[in-house]
Structure formats: structure tokens, C-alpha cells
Design a protein around this ligand. Sequence first.
Ligand SMILES: C[S@@+](CC[C@H](N)C(=O)[O-])C[C@H]1O[C@@H](n2cnc3c(N)ncnc32)[C@H](O)[C@@H]1O
Length: 408
Amino acid sequence: MNDLASPAPLTPLAALAALLAPEGRALLDEVRGTRPDQELSVATRLRRDHPADLVSAALAQARLRQRAAAKFGAVDAERMFFTPNGVEQSTRTTVATYRAERFRALGVTSVADLCCGIGGDAIALARAGIRVLAVDRDPLTAAVARANAAALGLSELVEVREADVTGIDTAPYDAVFVDPARRGGRGRIFDPEAYSPPLSWAVEAARSAPRAALKIAPGIPHETVPAEAEAEWISDGGDVKEAVLWFGTEPGGSAARVRATLLPGPRTLAGRGLPDPEVRPVGDYLYEPDGAVIRAHLVAEVAEEVGGGLIDETIAYITADELRPTEYATAYRITDQLPFNVKKLKALLRERAVGVLTVKKRGSAVEPEELRRKVKPQGPNAATVFLTRVAGAPTMLVGHPAEPVRPV
Ligand SMILES: C[S@@+](CC[C@H](N)C(=O)[O-])C[C@H]1O[C@@H](n2cnc3c(N)ncnc32)[C@H](O)[C@@H]1O
């Protein structure tokens, strides 16, 4: 090696430290909002006065901040630090805030956040006034969580510890929160025992604390929910985000062990253990329950609310003759029912001059884009078509969103 040899590249931890120092912070300010097509020219200019590694690290961080804005909002994301996995695995602010408020409503003032990642949940807990021990075994991730608590002025409430969660004494805390890593080397992990740490470990940690919440994948089978836990499925803007197993919430009876919570709101539907709704002929209205309601198996609760039944015993669409208010489903006025037949649909849409076609499906293998291509919608009107099954038969239901009815 001679003096002209290039310096060793910055390790991710060293890059973070450099970004937290004054020169790094100034660079982050300079590269804020850089579009991908501008990166090369910005990098070339900045490399004249700054180390190339630091410029690359600042640009990479700017890119991650832009990606994180969808979860954290642009204002927080611009001040925070991220790793690619950290952005991917973190809880979005809306959901983390909802959970933190629920902890607070349960009287919790301190939480051991076991598997804190870059701090999505720890930040929301601290903002709810809760003291947090945030633990992650990955050195870079823990350092990023610490930087985030500092960047958002929450260091007083958040202690970040780089450690394996299995060695943490949670006795000094009111509650435990575990958000295990669910992505392995080859993508998402579906078996809860393959989570890191495994779900069985998290359940034991939950049982040993006065209160606890475990974040899990929304696809978890209901049989996996421990008898004493309450399972809550959470959606945000209609997209199901997660399921949470709550311990120590004292659910009243076995049916209330299941909930669906819809954000924004929150609007929470508690299960009452109703039997499956009856199947009945398609009426004037079709209700599409929110995904959280479906995952929580609470379609019967919504059917009762709107006085409806199912269009098919295996399909989660509710039909009814009248429009009743519900916060847990979107209502459509159904104008036509056709057997599955693309030609007939095309003729009907042409007759109605439908140019904007929304395709929804449940229980059909047809691709919405393919259908839209085949029917070539043209005209000034809009319609929604549901590709589904009615009493076992492949069916198309045509209609449009019903005017919302406000609850009285
Ligand atoms: C899903 S992420 C947590 C995301 C976090 N709740 C947030 O909102 O930013 C899971 C984290 O668990 C950490 N982890 C996995 N197994 C662990 C263990 N045994 N001890 C400590 N941390 C662990 C991983 O490093 C990863 O950062």
C-alpha cells in the first residue's frame, strides 16, 4: 500500500456517526429532496469539497428518508435516520400511535420495547408520554434508534440498549411490546416459530408482564391466538397492516377476544361470537367489509348491523335490501346481476356509456386489468363491477358506491 491508496470504505456504523457529525448534517441538509435523476450531478459537485463516502452515505440517507415519508410523514422522516431494512420493517406512525394510546389508556407508563428496530414504535410510545426501554441486537439498528430518539427530542424518555432481547429483565416495566423480525434471507416468514425471536418466546415474555402487546402478521391463523390473549386486526385507510395480540386487557368473555380496528378513527368493532350470517339473494345493496373485519372473522357482526346476509357462504360480501350506516364496510347500490360473461358485461357497459370501470373481486381468478382490457370501457359514466360468486355460481354484480348514510 502507498499513500495514494484509497481509504477503506466507511462501515455502515461509521457512516452513521459521520452523518451525525456537523459536516454530515450539513451535507444531509444540502441533499434533501434530491431526485434520482439529479443524484449524479449533485454527487459530482459535492465530492469536490467532501469525502466521496460521506457524500454517498448522505445521498443514500436522503433516498431512505423519501421512502420513509409514507410511513412517518415528511416532517419526521426528514429529521430521522434509516436503514433499508429499518424502513421496511418499521411500524407506520398512525398504527404505532394508536397502539401507544391504547397502552396509555390501560394505565401503562413504561414499556420494554423488545425488538425496537429503528424505533417506529418506541417513538410513538414516548410521544404518548410513556418511558421506553428500546432493545435491538443489531448494532447499526440500535444506533439508528438512538439517533432517532435524539432527533425527535425524545432521548429523556427512550433508553436504547444494544442487546439480545432474550436476556432482558422486563420486571421494572409496566408492559412489554414485542415486534419480532418477520423477514428472513428469503423474504417474509409465515411460520410464527420462525420469527426472530419465535412467537412462543414472545408469548412467554408477554405472560410474565402485567400487560403486553405482540405485533404479528395479519395472516396468523386464529387457532394460534393464546386463550388468554385478545387479537386485534388493524387497518389503515382500508389496508390491513397488522394483527396485535394483547395480554392483560381483561377482555370481557371469550367473544370480545377479537377486534377489528380501522384507522383513521380509531373505529373498533368488538366480536360478539355471532354465528355465520345466512346466505340470501342479492338485494339492492352490497357491503364490502374492511379487510380488518374480514381477517378478524367479524363479517357476521357487520351483517347484523346492516340487516344483511351473505351472497355465498364462502364470500365475505354482505347483501341487504336497504342502506344502513356502518363504519366497517363500504356500501354499493347494485343495479345489475349477470352470470359471469364478458360479452354481456361489455354490452351492458356500452349501453350505460361507462368509461371509468372499477373492478373488484372476491372468489374469482380473473385479473381486473385483463377484464378492463377486454371490455374497453368508453363514455362519461362510472361503474363498479364485482367479480364474485353468488350461491356458488360465478357472477358479475354491477353498481356504484352508495351515498354514505350518517349514523344517527
Ligand atoms: C420488525 S423489526 C422492529 C420494528 C420496530 N417495531 C419499528 O417500528 O421500527 C424487528 C427487529 O428485531 C430485531 N431482533 C430480532 N431478533 C432479536 C433478538 N433476539 N434480540 C434483539 N433484537 C432482535 C431485529 O434486529 C429487527 O431490528
